[in-house]
Design a protein around this ligand. Sequence first.
Ligand SMILES: Cc1cc2nc3c(=O)[nH]c(=O)nc-3n(C[C@H](O)[C@H](O)[C@H](O)COP(=O)(O)OP(=O)(O)OC[C@H]3O[C@@H](n4cnc5c(N)ncnc54)[C@H](O)[C@@H]3O)c2cc1C
Length: 347
Amino acid sequence: MIERNPEKNWPACLEHNKPLGPLISMATPATARAFCRVESLADLQAALAWANAESLPYMVLGGGSNLLFVDDYPGLVIQPGFSQLALAPGAEGQYQLVGGAGVPWQQVVDFAVARNLWGLENLTRIPGSLGAAPIQNIGAYGVELDQVFDSLTALDVQRGEVVAFSREQCGFGYRQSVFKGDGKGRYIVLEVRLNLSAEPRPVLSYQGLEDLAGESALTPAKVAAQVAALRGQKLPDPAALPNSGSFFHNPLVSHAQADRLRARYPALVSYPQPDGRVKLAAGWLIEQAGFKGFAEQGVGVHRAQALVLVNPGRESGARVLALAVRIQHKVRELFDVELVIEPGVYP
Ligand SMILES: Cc1cc2nc3c(=O)[nH]c(=O)nc-3n(C[C@H](O)[C@H](O)[C@H](O)COP(=O)(O)OP(=O)(O)OC[C@H]3O[C@@H](n4cnc5c(N)ncnc54)[C@H](O)[C@@H]3O)c2cc1C
């Protein structure tokens, strides 16, 4: 239902009591008190002014593939629809891709791959929008967004100004950025710039990609096809089985703790990090805790990938969260390791 009432200065895009289930990959039923899909900066500012005038909280929704509503949202949900996508040539075989926050991430990858430009091929098939990609510095198959990231512009809601962020200013880390940290809720990403290369620079270190190293005429399309095939074997399609991808971060522990755990569990799956810490495979910990394939009351853990919580019954976010907390508790009890939930939990 679209409401229009110029007398009350309502933004034209405003909808009331918007069902959110169809907009999020976990398909948890919830309703937003108000919703706006904004197509321009002016729309966005009008929507924020309205929420402010009504004393309502607001939040930003991209493709809905990395968040969980555990209850109805009592304020305004804003979905950036900015859909521009362009390419500018740079120096020495480099290109800069510029895209609006609302462009689907897969469209961005396909755009680069179709032009034989390197940089995004390992990140194919990650659901969501371009604007959300920097929020958790998306990563897969040996590549993270920050490796191709140039800069972004965002609306600073506190100051009401459009501001630019360089790569350094974004504070990227493993599934981390300032937008999830100190700047959480303050910035709405408008446009993102990525650096792509016409010169081949394949990243084939990840298991399942090494065999491509021998190919004479390797293209970004070939790498993307291999990544897509590997992902298809491991991850359930949210359209068929609602999920939000990895539900927990892979925990980082000290070297000493990893050694202690390995003494007790020789099969521990772990990856030493450059900073001296050790990354543990959260999926392995969850499997050892007995949750792989677990199902109860319409929610569960994927039978092939223990890191993925699934919601075949399209049950409430509260029920999904209760299962996640149960898993956290068991893993803490067994391994003394804290699992951090990856999706943003709202309200
Ligand atoms: C099947 C599946 C596989 C996945 N695989 C991967 C993977 O391999 N690697 C990986 O890193 N992630 C993966 N994910 C997680 C998810 O796809 C990414 O985190 C993605 O970037 C989320 O994009 P989105 O548009 O859906 O964001 P949403 O879920 O809509 O939002 C996520 C967060 O970003 C904020 N946000 C969104 N847009 C903006 C904006 N314009 N400005 C400010 N804040 C914003 C939201 O408020 C929210 O806090 C996977 C998810 C699924 C379902």
